[in-house]
Structure formats: C-alpha cells, structure tokens
Design a protein around this ligand. Structure first.
Ligand code: SF4
Length: 349
C-alpha cells in the first residue's frame, strides 16, 4: 500500500472484480484489469480498454506496485542468475533464476530476512524485518521474467523467510500466479519449503493444493535438530512427521525432506540409518544438500564420498533420494548471503 492506495498486484482476480463492483463498475472490468497487470504495464493509464473515467477513478484508489532490480549476478558456469531486488520501502530481498531440464525455475523470498534462526543459514542473521505482501512475491517473478525475457515455469518458495509464517499472503500469492488470466503457473509446478511449523502444515493440508511440500528436516533426531534449528524446541520430529502423514493422507502428495549434510554434525552412517528408520513407510523423497558454507558459521560440507555413502544407505532401506545439484557456485552466495553482504557494504560506504 502507498498511503491509502492499494497495490493491484496484492489482489486476486475475484478481489479486483469485487473492487470494481464497489467502485460502481461492471464485474468483467476486474478481469480486464487483472490481465493488464501480467502484461507488464506499470501504470493504470496504460489500460487502453478501460474507459478513461474509470481509469481516473481507479487511479485515486489503487496503483501498480513495482520492485526494481538493484543488482544482478550471473554464473558463468551454469547461467544461474541471483537478483537483489529493491522493494518500495527500500528493503532488499534476494531471488534466484535457475535453468533445469524441466524449465526455468524461480526461487523467491517470502519475507525480508527470517526469524527462524536456523544456525546454518545467512538469511536469519539480521532477524526478520517483515513479511512480503502477495504482490511483492508476484513482482519477484515478474521482474525476473522481464529481465530474462522468458516464461518462468516452476516456482520454489525456498529463498529468505519461512513461507508458512507468512501463511495468508503466501496462499494469496499462489492463487494469483495460478490464475489462468494471469501467469497461469500450475500448482504442480510450485514447491513450498518449511522448517516444520506443525499447525500451519495441518492448515495447508486442509487446502488440498497440488503443490509440493518440502520439509527442512536436516537431522534424524531431536537432539541434533535442536542444535541446528530453534524451531525444534517447539515441535519434535515426531510431531512434524505426524503432521506430514496427515498432509499425505489428505493430499495424496509425496513430501520432500531436505537434509543439508554438515560434516561431523549430521552425516554419520548411524545418522543415515536413523533417518531411514524415522521415514520408513512414508510417501516421501529425501533431497540431500551439501551445505552452503557461510563465513559467519563454522559448518563444513560433507565430502562427495560421504554424500554418496549417506545416499546409498537410505536407498538400501527403500527411500528415494536425490542429491541437489549445486548451481551458481561461482557467484557463491548461500541463501541470504548476497543480501547481507550488500547491506553491510551499503552501511559502510
Ligand atoms: S533455513 Fe529457511 S527457515 Fe531457517 S532461517 Fe533460513 S530462511 Fe529461515
């Protein structure tokens, strides 16, 4: 919002239709306006099929929000692009564009910073500043599409922030980008990653969306998890896994468990056996991630031999496993690291 004006990109199609009705216009104008937003216009005056009198009335109540590209880093190895985007209030967020065999994938932030405090993550070092609005998340996608001049077919909510701590805005964002009159990104092409907020996982299950849910597990037992993730003080692994079983029962969707391998912390052979025991019989898949080393933390990544051994043990117990491909290693910035370095730099100059 700017003053009392509302950002049209924060609204779903039915929100805009209701908005038009409230302004004394016909409902179908809502879809015309909604379609314009995703054609890349930046001002209401560009909506050429809307009568001028209504454009003026609309302009008094609403505006089209925009984020701008502050910096951009492109990998020479695999083409991955990391963006620092500036929000209307001056806050900076990070978004990433990656090339996969199945299409162009955007990784977006859902909050400015993060309050979850995971000890291996740079995004949380400055704490949580604020939630992103649905329109700001939409604008992460639109900015990257504009800049790359390509359609984004897959979206992962795995950047800075805990998506399920910004639940309502994230759900609204999903509705907006899924809309056929807008970007029309299918729910099956969207993944949300959570550190394991049990009530929100259950709430999400009830919506029965066809998205992929990824749980940042990172430990096979509560003792190790508590060392890595403060959220483990609140919810035990058993509670998280019970919520996941409920989620699978309702949605019939396979869950992904993300497991960052940290040398000497959670990567032993016993840890692999323990992990396979707790996931036994679940409709799931494990994504092993060689941890991103960040300057502020001591953690080191497991070597590739250790990663392969860990994977082999899980597979021997019937668990499907992948190893996450490292992208953009030459623009070496773990999630949140670019933004943090940039803010430190701006404070110093
Ligand atoms: S890993 Fe995710 S939930 Fe944890 S601090 Fe980082 S951004 Fe937040």
């Amino acid at each position: 919002m700017i003053g009392s004006k509302i950002n049209l990109k924060d609204m779903t199609l039915s929100d805009i239709e209701d908005f038009c009705l409230n302004l004394g216009e016909k409902r179908y104008r809502g879809e015309q306006i909604f379609r314009w937003l995703y054609k890349g216009i930046s001002s209401i005056s560009e909506m050429s099929n809307i009568p001028e009198t209504f454009r003026i009335a609309l302009d008094e109540k609403a505006y089209i929000g925009m984020v701008s590209i502050e910096k951009k880093y492109q990998s020479k190895i695999d083409g991955t692009v990391k963006y620092l985007l500036k929000l209307e209030d001056g806050n900076i967020i990070e978004s990433v564009l990656m090339e996969y065999s199945y299409g162009l994938t955007a990784c977006i932030s859902t909050q400015v910073g993060c309050g979850m405090g995971c000890s291996f993550c740079a995004s949380t070092i400055g704490g949580m500043i604020r939630d992103l609005s649905p329109g700001e998340m939409v604008d992460e996608i639109l900015s990257m599409m504009r800049d790359s001049n390509r359609r984004i077919s897959n979206i992962v909510l795995m950047g800075s922030g805990e998506p399920l701590a910004n639940f309502d805005n994230v759900i609204k964002f999903l509705e907006i980008i899924n809309s056929k009159a807008g970007l029309n990104v299918g729910m099956r092409h969207i993944a949300i990653s959570t550190c394991g907020l049990v009530p929100q996982i259950k709430k999400l299950a009830k919506l029965d969306l066809q998205i992929t849910l990824a749980i940042s597990l990172h430990a096979p037992n509560d003792e190790i998890r508590k060392r890595l993730m403060p959220i483990a003080q609140k919810y035990t692994i058993k509670e998280v896994l019970d919520a996941c079983r409920e989620y699978i029962k309702i949605t019939n969707k396979r869950i992904t468990f993300e497991y960052s391998l940290i040398k000497g912390v959670n990567d032993s052979i016993e840890n692999a056996y323990e992990l396979s025991r707790i996931l036994k019989g679940m409709l799931c898949h494990v994504n092993l991630i060689p941890i991103n080393e960040i300057r502020e933390r001591e953690y080191k990544k497991t070597d590739s031999k250790g990663v392969k051994e860990f994977k082999a043990i899980l597979e021997s117990k019937g668990i499907e496993v992948t190893i996450r491909r490292e992208l953009g290693s030459d623009i070496n910035a773990a999630c949140g690291q670019l933004r943090k370095n940039y803010i430190n730099y701006m404070v110093r100059v």
